[in-house]
Design a protein around this ligand. Structure first.
Ligand code: ATP
Ligand code: ZN
Length: 716
């Protein structure tokens, strides 16, 4: 068994990208291997949709059966960049690309980039640390060498000196001898060991080839990469370095190694607080209730003694609950900033350790430091990843210990010591009950997604920081961004600024903001795709069909814009704009939404004939069907089925199921007919609008109004 300790000099160096590639090609070559992996996938990571049609590999075939099963899913799914690239962008960068190291370390809280360079963990968010840790612990069992070539670190140097092996100090782009062997089929020692490796692990013949090809391809890719962008290579190396460090750390069970490691990484060095003077409640927009609730905590931190003399009773721990990006971290920083006290940031995932005692000792250090500097705020982001109910999980062997330490620390100081612990979580249900008992995190503050007013404020706040056209209507954008978090809105403004810069404008306009919104909602524009005239025409009539029905249906939402610019998976779209955040909807509004959805297909049918209708309406039908089903089964809006909810439709009697289906069918049919009626009687307007879309590609609300009034647009 190979080990990464410094006494053993690796003979073969395999960059991670090669490995990934090897798996990748193995995966596509393995068509008939077991389903065990998929089951694991479902069991352990339900949040990742994994298509069952996807060919899967059985890692046992690869001789990797001694991997801990719970790591398999994480490992393969995240190391294979091919599974899904688009939707997982923000979710897990492992999947998207093994090169995008910079997003991988998204240092979203704006500090500890120095720690980041050293170890990574402190700033990685949970989704990223887990697979990383899992991966690293798997390295122990893996017949894998991590590339050590080219790392300009003290460690590598020492290693080189120790071994006196200068060959490993190769320059970038140099083909390592084993790779030459692999590519040119001369049996070098490397190929031999790769062969041996595969023999030992009894990999079947056809898969051996796939494995090798994978390495070769990976290698070539890496070469191309070197030539193209030195920069991203550097980033790749950063991941590799961190993997290496973590890997070594994982292997360093011997006291000698771990002590040395600690000193090199500063892992247990003093925890540095950050003074938060510059962040105040003023910076947190649209979270008025949360701010009000936290105001008294600020008062307390300003003068803990006075507060307790007056008999005030304050919680030790405050739990901020809310979806990602709603400003929980920002609020915690603002509490410290308002009170002008030190702020200690920790992320739950950095306590989530694979090794005994490490998590607990980090907690101890953190509290020791904080108490010495009270009054102060300790902020623990992703509290659920340290304090979750998952005691027996093999992924988190020492979490119980860590929770206990946290509880002990919280119980161990008096309320007037002036230390306030703020924890943040997206999943309060996942928290260990012991944590929310009185005397611990007993005050809960919800930080919801902002409403329309909040969104307007947030947008205005970020728009203030850039040059904007006076015509920009923040409220209008806010209305079209239901469900966006503060971070999403900040991103929207950034994207708009970027777009304006690319277009060499000198200020950000409404179009840029609309553009950014669509991009976030629907994916990037696909300007490059060539769509033939006929398809363009069909799309233009389809989209104007939606728009016409929306325009002439009383309770439909106002149109915001229509476009036939392909974006993400769509060929065009019509966006509507609710007047306000809708808390509840009337029957007539629901029907109107269905009718608008139907407008697309109806248009195709009326204009091009029944035999020329396209597949483009399937998502329209999806949404119409969804509404109809809800009306019948949830909202009590069907006379036949009455004012009753039907939750688990699978458990209903066949008769009831049939009745529901029948009702849904009728609702959809009626809706289709209403849309048809409108489009038939408005055929002239329909044609104007479709023509205008073909000419101008995108039309805003005002322009649509002009065209439907039968007037011409000013040429652009
Ligand atoms: N209400 C808001 N007002 C102003 N800016 C906001 C607001 N909410 C989020 N932001 C912006 O989004 C960034 C990310 O928010 P933050 O990290 O505070 O969210 P979070 O709720 O802690 O997210 P997570 O659960 O992912 O840790 C902030 O630094 C800030 O720039
Ligand atoms: Zn459509």
């Amino acid at each position: 068994m190979f080990s990464l300790s410094s006494t053993v000099q690796p003979q073969v160096t395999i960059p991670l990208s090669h490995l990934i590639n090897a798996f990748h090609s193995l995966k596509s070559s393995a068509s008939s291997v077991g389903t065990s992996f998929q089951c694991l996938q479902r069991e352990h990571a339900p949040e990742h949709d994994f298509q069952s049609s996807e060919p899967s590999i059985n890692l046992r075939e690869l001789g990797l059966s001694d991997l801990k099963t719970s790591h398999l899913d994480d490992l393969v799914n995240r190391l294979l960049p091919s599974v899904s690239t688009e939707h997982s962008l923000s979710h897990c960068h492992w999947r998207t690309s093994h090169v995008s190291a910079n997003s991988f370390f998204h240092n979203k809280h704006g500090f500890s980039s120095s720690t980041l360079g050293l170890l990574g963990t402190p700033t990685l968010c949970r989704q990223h640390t887990r697979p990383l840790q899992a991966f690293c612990s798997d390295l122990q069992n893996w017949p894998v060498w991590i590339q050590n070539r080219g790392f300009k670190t003290l460690k590598t140097k020492t290693r080189r000196l120790q071994s006196g092996n200068e060959q490993h100090a190769e320059s970038d782009g140099y083909t390592p001898s084993f790779m030459k062997g692999l590519l040119f089929r001369d049996k070098g020692p490397a190929v031999e060991s790769l062969d041996k490796l595969m023999k030992n692990k009894s990999i079947p013949e056809p898969q051996q080839d796939a494995f090798k090809t994978g390495f070769a391809e990976g290698f070539l890719k890496a070469q191309a990469l070197t030539q193209r962008t030195q920069d991203s290579l550097r980033r790749t190396r950063l991941i590799l370095l961190i993997l290496l460090l973590l890997g070594i750390y994982g292997l360093s069970r011997t006291p000698f190694l771990s002590v040395r490691f600690r000193t090199t990484t500063g892992l247990d060095a003093a925890v540095d607080p950050v003074q938060m003077k510059n962040v105040t409640f003023e910076h947190v927009k649209g979270a008025e209730e949360a701010k009000n609730e936290l105001q008294e905590v600020v008062e307390f931190l300003k003068n803990p003694q006075k507060f307790t003399v007056l008999g005030g009773k304050l919680p030790k721990g405050i739990l901020l609950i809310g979806p990602p990006g709603t400003g929980k971290t920002l609020l915690a920083r603002a509490v410290a900033g308002e009170a002008d006290v030190p702020f200690y940031y920790a992320s739950g995932s950095e306590f989530d350790e694979m090794f005994v005692g490490v998590g607990a000792s980090r907690i101890r250090n953190l509290f020791r430091e904080a108490k010495a500097n009270a009054p102060c705020v300790i902020f623990i982001d992703e509290l659920d990843s340290v304090g979750g109910k998952r005691i027996e999980s093999p992924m988190h062997p020492y979490s119980r210990q860590t929770i206990n330490q946290l509880l002990a620390e919280m119980d161990g100081f008096k309320p007037n010591e002036g230390v306030i612990i703020i924890g943040a979580t997206n999943f309060p249900e996942a928290l260990d009950n012991a944590l929310i008992r009185p005397g611990r995190f007993d005050m809960q503050v919800t930080v919801p997604r902002p409403d329309v007013k909040g969104r307007t404020e947030i947008l205005k706040w970020y728009l203030k920081k850039i040059k904007v056209d006076p015509g920009v209507d923040a409220e209008r954008i806010a209305r079209g961004t239901v469900g966006f978090s503060g971070a999403d809105l900040e991103n929207l403004v950034n994207q708009a600024a970027l777009k304006a810069a690319v277009d060499e404008k000198d200020m950000v306009t409404m179009e840029d903001l609309e553009f950014a919104k669509d991009k976030i909602l629907m994916g990037p524009e696909r300007r490059s795709v060539e769509i033939d005239k006929r398809n363009k025409t069909i799309t233009a009539y389809h989209e104007s069909g939606h728009a016409i029905v929306a325009f002439y249906t009383k309770d439909a939402m106002p149109i915001n814009k229509a476009t036939i610019m392909p974006r993400g998976p769509t060929l065009g779209h019509v966006s509507l704009l609710p007047e306000n955040d809708r808390w509840s909807e009337t029957r007539s509004q629901l029907l109107a939404q269905m009718d608008v959805s139907m407008g697309g297909r109806v248009a195709e049918e009326l204009i091009f004939g029944n035999e020329n209708i396209t597949t483009g309406a399937s998502s329209d039908f999806d949404s119409a069907t969804k509404i109809a089903k809800m009306m019948v089964t949830k909202f009590g809006m069907s006379e036949k089925l009455g004012v009753m909810t039907y939750t688990d439709t699978a458990k209903l009697s066949p008769e009831t199921q049939a009745a529901i289906e029948q009702e849904v069918r009728i609702l959809l049919k009626d809706s289709y007919e209403r849309a048809k009626h409108i489009l038939k009687s408005r055929s002239k307007e329909h044609k104007y609008l479709a023509d205008a879309l073909l000419t101008y590609e995108t039309l805003n609300a005002k322009e649509i109004q002009i065209i439907l009034d039968g007037k011409n647009l000013e040429p652009r």
